[in-house]
Design a binder for this molecule. Structure first.
Ligand SMILES: *Cc1c(COP(=O)(O)O)cnc(C)c1O
Length: 424
């Protein structure tokens, strides 16, 4: 469900006409919808309430879309944050998320990141190895702090998703092997500056079937019982993110958040634990589009190319994962269509946004919308070919604000210099 709709043949983001918006903000730009962000957050929150999960904390996974405006919108609804770096800690706090709602994930936290998290007194560190436990313990010792710790255990389930976004299998770099979990908890419990009070799992991303969650939750419930039997006080379960979303708007039924919540309630409803969820994509993917203009079209011998002003530098997912995104005209048209590859100007053969799409032949300047670009879009952007980062625009009803401006070419050179020996 999103709030991008055609009115009188023109795509609108909520009450904002995108043809008019594109006249004031040069393309390409991202456009996010506040109402859609709010809707996705509350669907999940209400699903939890509906199944009787009373103590839940939704920690939005900041890496999916870390724009301050987006985080602040979610913070206002009561969201916490799941972060994976010091930079994201800074963003989350700047956007108004209280430290007691922040969980710190990630396989490679540095000393500086651990120290900053401890100093900020964040809710929880999700720890992925014995060595990381020891490192966190020694830093907490030094700072005179006690760290609340979840061990990220790897339930060894195949999330049935793309290999680059699957994280819960035994061969992945993430987490502690299932067989080693109890030993790792005993290790943590013996370190006075750590409080191993939580279990964490996160099995992958864009999971479109509930079965892998079911298996992972059942294994986690079993581990919870064994840890409690061993005398540990576990009060929190962090079930990660990963719930999939439809990338083909008219042709996909993603897992129902209510069924997901029911599965959580079935496994953990009477555990007495607070449930932490870390959704990223679910909240932001379909709350954002990428607006781009046609530069020119080019009919080739084997293929037709629609060359647009957005590229893999704005949306890497098609290039990186072969991911599919709907691409539609901003102004509807009845012109006859043919097959086009929609490609960007970046100097890479892999630079495409969509292959073999049915579109009319468009004039230079025509506007296209690439849908589901709100998650893993801007955050995976790059300035390859010295392309300035595309602006991000947040819409709320009939108003909009540019929540990240396009840098100037001069801005882009900030921090760079010609070495002294060439200028003396
Ligand atoms: C990426 C990530 C998430 C969010 O995943 P989505 O698929 O966007 O919901 C949550 N938790 C952890 C640990 C992650 O790495």
């Amino acid at each position: 469900m999103d709030h991008f709709e055609y009115r009188d043949g023109v795509l609108h983001a909520e009450g904002v006409n995108l043809v008019e918006l594109a006249d004031t903000i040069a393309t390409p730009f991202y456009c996010y919808s506040t109402a859609t962000l709010q809707h996705h957050y509350s669907v999940l929150q209400n699903a939890c309430k509906q199944v009787g999960l009373t103590d839940t904390l939704i920690c939005y996974s900041v890496k999916a879309n870390s724009n301050l405006g987006v985080i602040a919108t979610l913070a206002q609804l009561g969201a916490g944050a799941d972060i994976v770096s010091l930079g994201e800690l800074h963003r989350a706090q700047t956007a108004g998320i209280a430290p007691e709602k922040i969980v710190f994930s990630g396989v490679g936290k540095t000393d500086a990141e651990m120290a900053a998290g401890l100093e900020a007194d964040i809710q929880q560190f999700n720890v992925e190895s014995l060595a990381e436990l020891d490192q966190l313990a020694s830093i907490a010792d030094r700072l005179g702090k006690k760290a609340r710790v979840a061990l990220r255990v790897n339930p060894d389930v195949d999330a049935g998703t793309h290999e680059k976004i699957s994280t819960g299998k035994a061969e992945n770099k993430f987490g502690i092997a299932w067989e080693d979990a109890e030993h790792a908890y005993a290790h943590a419990a013996a370190l006075p500056s750590l409080d191993p009070c939580a279990i964490d799992i996160h099995i992958g991303s864009q999971i479109t079937d509930l079965a892998p969650f079911k298996t992972a939750f059942e294994k986690t419930a079993d581990l919870l019982a064994r840890l409690r039997a061993a005398g540990l006080t576990i009060t929190q379960l962090d079930l990660g993110g990963g719930l999939g979303v439809p990338y083909q708007r008219n042709n996909e039924t993603p897992p129902d958040p209510l069924a997901y919540a029911r599965l959580i309630a079935e496994n953990f409803g009477d555990s007495g634990c607070r449930i932490v969820l870390e959704p990223g994509r679910l909240i932001t993917a379909n709350a954002g589009i990428l607006v781009t203009r046609v530069i020119r079209s080019k009919r080739g011998q084997a293929k037709n190319f629609m060359i647009v002003d957005a590229a893999m530098t704005e949306l890497l997912r098609p290039t990186l994962y072969g991911a599919y995104h709907d691409i539609d005209l901003v102004q509807e048209s009845n012109a006859s269509t043919s097959m086009w590859d929609v490609v960007g100007p970046a100097c890479e053969s892999g630079d495409f946004l969509g292959l073999e799409r049915n579109l009319p032949e468009l004039e230079p300047g025509a506007l296209l919308a690439v849908f589901s670009a709100g998650a893993y879009g801007a955050v995976l952007g790059s300035s390859y070919n010295t392309r300035p980062a595309a602006p991000e625009v947040l819409v709320d009803g009939t108003r909009h604000d540019v929540v990240r401006a396009r840098p100037s070419y001069q801005d882009m050179l900030t921090g760079e210099k010609i070495p002294d020996w060439l200028t003396d």
